[in-house]
Unconditional design. Structure first.
Length: 339
């Protein structure tokens, strides 16, 4: 048999209740020139039996069995075993819509400069109970073209991980997922963007991204808010060095305790604070570690001091961007949203 064009890689761990639907959603794709590499990561339930049953019925399902080592080891083992030109990610608790693989492969075929693609996703959870996650899905679905994704990379991870498809040669060039005290999918995207890899999405919902209570990102310490800020601060610091110089000096929008805590990581790396910006009259005019808190109407004109906004709430963050845009600031040139 010839090698498939697309390899879909799927780590599996104790997912007996969902893995069947995930498998069926891939094997029933309109795009048939694919293989599904499913890696069981030492499951203790009936996951293995389910995988073997599906593999006996469809030769496109390739199975690997590991001692439990975690999602990074399983994901990379699947990549290592894959033979396709394009490598796609899939999770064992999600559902790919029928055109997903075809439309993502078509995008990579039509745009040789794009190295990684994804798609918009449908939220498969309870919006009333998990509104924060639903808002996050709504936000990533607004980021489609390459510039939007690149400029917003320091806000949060701009993709649903199981929606990703990438060129195999870039994995060899820039490396697969890395294991550490950080979210491995976010670190890979930051690393590849830093290297200049172009990323864009198919502007359609092609995956249902479910939100079960035992989702790894809800329960593992490498996916905490602190872990996200730790890894993005490292890449943001290097971005600022390239943009501003070896000893970056910035203005910080948001002088509250949470904003300062998140910014402190960057500050400890060598970024100097020019001033803080706030709209709270109780804070305006104060000094924080010797740096004055300005009202936003007092900020210098665009081009004077680069600004980082640590305002995190959804509506307020957008309002900050509109205010700066109206003042002649340009995102990426004069400011970034980083929270």
């Amino acid at each position: 048999m010839s090698e498939p064009k697309v390899s879909v890689t799927m780590p599996c761990y104790n997912c007996e209740s969902t893995v069947g639907e995930a498998i069926e959603s891939i094997l029933s794709q309109t795009f048939e020139d694919l293989e599904l590499v499913a890696v069981d990561d030492g499951s203790a339930d009936n996951t293995v039996e389910i995988l073997k049953n599906y593999a006996s019925r469809d030769s496109r399902l390739k199975l690997l069995f590991l001692e439990h080592q975690g999602v990074v080891g399983a994901a990379n083992a699947a990549i290592e075993a894959a033979s396709g030109t394009y490598i796609a990610r899939m999770d064992a608790d999600d559902k790919a819509l029928p055109e997903r693989i075809k439309k993502q492969a078509d995008l990579l075929d039509s745009d040789p400069e794009t190295g990684l693609t994804a798609c918009r996703v449908g939220f498969g959870g309870d919006r009333d109970k998990n509104g924060g996650y639903a808002h996050y899905v709504d936000w990533i679905n607004t980021l489609v073209d390459a510039e939007e994704i690149s400029l917003n990379r320091f806000v949060e991870f701009p993709f649903a991980n199981p929606s990703i498809m990438m060129r195999r040669e870039l994995i060899s060039q820039y490396g697969p997922f890395r294991d550490g005290d950080f979210p491995e999918d976010y670190e890979l995207v930051l690393r590849w963007l830093e290297a200049g890899v172009k990323m864009r999405k198919v502007d359609e919902e092609l995956l249902i991204w479910n939100d079960p209570p035992d989702r790894l990102s809800r329960n593992h310490p490498k996916y905490t808010v602190e872990a996200f800020y730790g890894i993005k601060s490292e890449y943001l610091f290097r971005w600022l060095q390239r943009r501003i110089g070896p000893y970056p000096k910035v203005g910080i929008i948001g002088s509250g305790r949470t904003s300062r805590k998140r910014y402190r990581i960057l500050e400890s790396m060598g970024v100097e604070t020019a001033f803080y910006v706030d709209v709270d009259p109780r804070k305006v005019g104060m000094f924080i570690h010797g740096k004055k808190v300005l009202h936003r109407e007092e900020i210098p004109p665009a081009g004077d001091t680069f600004l980082l906004s640590y305002v995190a709430s959804w509506g307020a963050r957008d309002e900050v961007a509109r205010f700066l845009d109206d003042r002649g600031y340009v995102m990426g040139r004069d400011y970034l949203l980083v929270s």
